[in-house]
Ligand binder design. Structure first.
Ligand SMILES: Nc1nc2c(ncn2[C@@H]2O[C@H](COP(=O)(O)OP(=O)(O)O)[C@@H](O)[C@H]2O)c(=O)[nH]1
Ligand SMILES: [Mg+2]
Length: 279
């Protein structure tokens, strides 16, 4: 049966995509949630490797793909709705390069065009926010310039690069921005939520930490959804096993913080909500 949704999960390197996928996969395997795999997924290796590390209570090294690879998971929900989850992996610095060099693999372009829903992962904890106009007074730029820093290569702030990434996706998919978009729907997952140590609502936190991105998103999408995600619930080491993890199993860890601030241990909820929300 044709998928009613094609859900594209995107995000820069090191935001937690592979570990989220591994935890998601484990939930599908133990059938703890409402979703199940309804066919043969492709290119699962990165996720199963991460999952076997998690089973020992360790996190895994990220192995950047040198070319574009994607893993596609056919899933169904309890109501029998079908979706395809697409995990593109451009590895290493490719997303950064996409934006800085404006080069897009053809296969990825197809995906962007065909997706009904975009899920963007952002790891606030690792974004630098000190280096843009919104957070730094103009005179500090002037001072830097007079010290000769202007000669250094121009680099977008992390926030501006994220906006640029969305803009490129929109451009690729040839959407017109004269009206706020209903489709593709946009969900932003604030990943590694446990690192943030906050009690704020996800959307409020995004608005205060990345105001430029927030205003871009709000003016271009009719109803963007912002959800906190902690796929692992805590930091794990690559070498020292977390005993509790190893004993209880990775499926006992992880949670999401829904838009209304309610915490839920079902990390598949962001996807379930998209599947339930009409096509
Ligand atoms: N604290 C914390 N760390 C996480 C979480 N998810 C992933 N990480 C860590 O973030 C790093 C990058 O994760 P990875 O899944 O490889 O990111 P990817 O490059 O986007 O696929 C790894 O060191 C993970 O252990 C989380 O929910 N909480
Ligand atoms: Mg990865």
């Amino acid at each position: 049966m044709a998928a009613q949704h094609t859900i594209l999960l995107v995000g820069e390197s090191n935001v937690g995509k592979t570990h989220y996928g591994a935890q998601f996969l484990k939930r599908l395997m133990v059938k703890a949630g409402a979703l199940k795999m309804s066919g043969a997924p492709t290119n699962l290796e990165a996720f199963t490797t991460a999952l076997s590390c998690l089973t020992e209570g360790k996190s895994t090294d990220h192995t950047p793909a040198s070319t574009y690879v994607e893993s596609v998971w056919p899933i169904t929900d309890e109501a029998g709705r079908h979706a395809e989850l697409v995990w593109p992996d451009y590895g290493g610095e490719q997303v950064r390069n996409l934006v800085t060099q404006r080069r897009i693999p053809a296969a990825w372009r197809e995906r962007v065009l065909g997706a009904t829903d975009w899920v963007l992962l952002i790891r606030l904890h690792s974004l630098r926010s000190e280096d843009d106009l919104l957070s730094r007074p103009l005179h500090s730029f002037a001072a830097a310039e007079s010290q000769g820093e202007a000669a250094a290569a121009y680099e977008l702030s992390d926030q501006a690069r994220t906006v640029e990434l969305l803009q490129m996706l929109l451009y690729l998919a040839q959407f017109h921005l004269d009206q706020p978009l209903r489709k593709p729907r946009l969900t932003i997952l604030l990943s590694c939520w446990d690192e943030l140590d906050t009690t704020e609502l996800p959307a409020d936190l995004l608005a205060s930490r990345l105001p430029l991105l927030w205003s871009f998103v709000r003016s271009n999408w009719l109803s963007p959804t912002i959800i906190g995600l902690s796929a692992l619930e805590r930091a794990l080491s690559k070498t020292d096993a977390d005993q509790e993890y190893a004993i209880r199993g990775p499926e006992e860890f992880g949670y999401v913080v829904l838009p209304d601030g309610v915490k839920n241990i079902d990390i598949t909820l962001p996807i379930q909500r998209l599947m339930a929300g009409g096509s």
